[in-house]
Design a protein around this ligand. Structure first.
Ligand code: SF4
Ligand code: SF4
Length: 311
């Protein structure tokens, strides 16, 4: 199963839940940080990062000796990354979305392939959890280059690498990954990156808090993610803050509340020091084990058969 953890607003507790769920997962499980603009899951899982791969975007470079200035590429590019100014064809690589359209329409094959670095894919292993559980815990993270605006292509590169590992038992050359699950910590909100994180998952876990902003953004997240038709479960975080609005909305929409995390200074202090909430006490560990079991029993679609469905 690929589980995407999402939230309508930042700071709702996605990473808290992701790190603790990975900690209590008792079968093979990959941890994936797809919040590439601001990845922080590694701060709580503390993986040993062994590989770092630059992820480029293919952008056009004009071969002036072949270009006839016909303007077909500029007319096609909806992002205005290619423009014909008089008799000069200009390319603005920072505005290119890498769709490849201009390459396809150029009648002279006058566009060569250049590259713009989007960021890096980092991968490694969460050694302490592997020792504790006796199960593989590979870790994947995208990190967007500072100043880069386009995160979805980097997210897709991270997901391709995850798919390789899930699909090919020997993808890391060290062990059998057959039947491995994946827990994705996605970006907050409902914009393109958030949709990109959720779209290939088997199930979605929405983390919400019952404050006025929290309820508003939770409702937006429901509007965005429910049409995808994936099973959705809810974790209410900081229970005790705000009111019962998230619970009421879940009842109205028929959504299962799989865990409630109390608004507790001890949790905040532990988290602020980089601790996993599931390791704060036995009762906190039990809370996340119950969440894990709830995910398995309430969110795994029949088609997944309890195993991952690759994207
Ligand atoms: S690859 Fe797509 S976005 Fe980039 S310049 Fe060409 S048409 Fe525009
Ligand atoms: S489509 Fe090709 S030939 Fe026409 S302006 Fe663009 S690069 Fe030049």
């Amino acid at each position: 199963m690929i589980l995407a953890i999402a939230s309508g607003k930042g700071g709702a507790g996605k990473t808290t839940v992701a790190a603790s769920l990975v900690s209590v997962w008792d079968t093979p499980c990959a941890a994936v940080d797809l919040d590439v603009e601001e990845p922080n899951l590694h701060l709580f899982l503390r993986p040993s990062l062994a590989a770092r791969t630059a992820v480029p975007l293919r952008v056009p470079v004009v071969d002036a000796t072949r270009c006839t200035r016909c303007g077909a590429c500029a007319a096609l590019c909806r992002f205005k990354a290619v423009a014909l100014l008089g008799q000069t064809l200009m390319v603005f690589p920072e505005m290119c979305h890498g769709c490849g359209g201009c390459f396809a329409v150029c009648p002279e094959q006058a566009l060569l392939e250049g590259q713009r670095e989007l960021g890096v894919l980092e991968e490694g292993r969460v050694a302490d959890l592997e020792q504790q559980s006796g199960q593989p815990r590979p870790f994947f993270m995208g990190r967007l280059r500072v100043g880069e605006a386009m995160s979805p292509p980097l997210m897709r590169a991270v997901k391709r690498r995850l798919r390789e590992v899930l699909d090919r038992p020997d993808a890391t050359g060290t062990e059998d990954h057959a039947g491995m699950d994946a827990i994705i910590d996605g970006p907050p909100g409902v914009s393109c990156p958030a949709m990109q994180a959720v779209m290939d998952s088997d199930a979605v876990l929405l983390v919400a808090e019952s404050t006025p902003f929290g309820v508003h953004d939770f409702a937006l997240a429901l509007e965005a993610f429910r049409p995808m038709g994936k099973p959705i479960g809810v974790v209410i975080n900081r229970v005790g803050l705000g009111d019962d609005s998230v619970r009421s909305l879940c009842e109205e929409k028929g959504l299962p509340i799989l865990a409630e995390i109390p608004h507790d200074r001890a949790i905040a202090e532990h988290y602020a020091k980089g601790g996993r909430v599931s390791e704060l006490s036995e009762s906190h560990a039990a809370l996340f084990r119950t969440l894990r079991d709830g995910i398995r029993s309430r969110l795994v679609p029949a088609s997944a058969g309890g195993r991952h469905v690759c994207v």
